[in-house]
Design a protein around this ligand. Sequence first.
Ligand SMILES: [Zn+2]
Length: 309
Amino acid sequence: MVWLFRSRIINSIIRSKAPLVGSYVHGDSCCSSVISSISRPFPKFMNWLKTDGCHTSAVASLPSFKEKQSEIPDKGLDVGNMAETDGYLNLFCLMKQRFLNFKNHKYIKELEHFQSLAEAQYPKFMVIACADSRVCPSNILGFQPGEVFMIRNIANLVPMMKNGPSECNAALEFAVTTLEVENILVIGHSSCAGIETLMSMQEDTEPRNFIHNWVANGKVAKLRTKSATSHLSFDQQCRFCEKESINQSLLNLLSYPWIEDRVRKELLSIHGGYYNFSNCSFEKWTLDFKDCNVKEERSYVVKEKELWC
Ligand SMILES: [Zn+2]
C-alpha cells in the first residue's frame, strides 16, 4: 500500500511537469499574477508579451518560449547566473528553470524526505544572518530544506528584549519555544553595509529612516568598537564591529528568558559565525555561557573557536 501511495504521488508529480512548462503564458496563475503586477515598471517585458500574443488565443503564434528555454541548458541544479541574463523575461525564465531543476533533480529524487517535510519540520538550527544578497547561509553552508529555521535582517542583529517586538524576536520565539531548536547561530560577514551605516551614524541625532532605526540595535557594539579601536582606520573599525556586533547579539539573545532558561539547562547552545567573502573563510565560535557576565558588565567569553579556510 505504501508503495502504491508513493507511486501515485510520483506519477502525479511527473504528470504535473508538462502543464507546468506549457502553461507559462496562459494557464499558470503564478505567471499571470506576475504579468498583471509588473505591467508598468517593466516595459520590455510587456513588449515581449505583446509580440507573443500573450493575451490572445493565438497560442500557435507564440514563437519563442521553447527557444528561450533552450537558451538555458539543463545543468542539474546549476542553471546559470542572473547577472548574465538579459531582460526581465529571462530573469523569470531562469527562476522557473531553477525551480523545475530543483523539482526534477532534488524533490523527486528525495520524495520521501520532502513528503515528510510537508508534514512537519524539526530543524536543529535557528540562523540569524544578514539580508545581503552575497551571503546566503544556505548557499555557503549547504543548509538543506528542513535543517534550519532562518531569519535575515540588515546586519544580522538581535535586538534586546526590552526594545520590544520585531520580526526577529517573533521568529526566535517560535524557533525556541515551539520548534525547540538546539542551536542558534548568528552569522555576520565582511564589508557589511549595515555595520558601516551603524558606525557612521551620528550619535546625537535622531534616526533618519527605518535603516538607522534598525541598526541602532547595535549601538553597544559600536561603542565597544570605538573604545577598543580608536587608533584604527574607519574600515578596520567596521571589520572589528562586524564581529563585535555578533557577540553583542549573542548576549542580547540571553535577554529573552525562554532562551536563557534553555541555555542554562544546556538544551540550547548559541554560536557566532563570520563569513569573509574576500578570502572565502568562515569563523565559527560558541558563547561560553558559564563564563559570561550577562547582567552587570555584559561581558562575554567564547569557546570552540574555529577557522574554516
Ligand atoms: Zn550585511
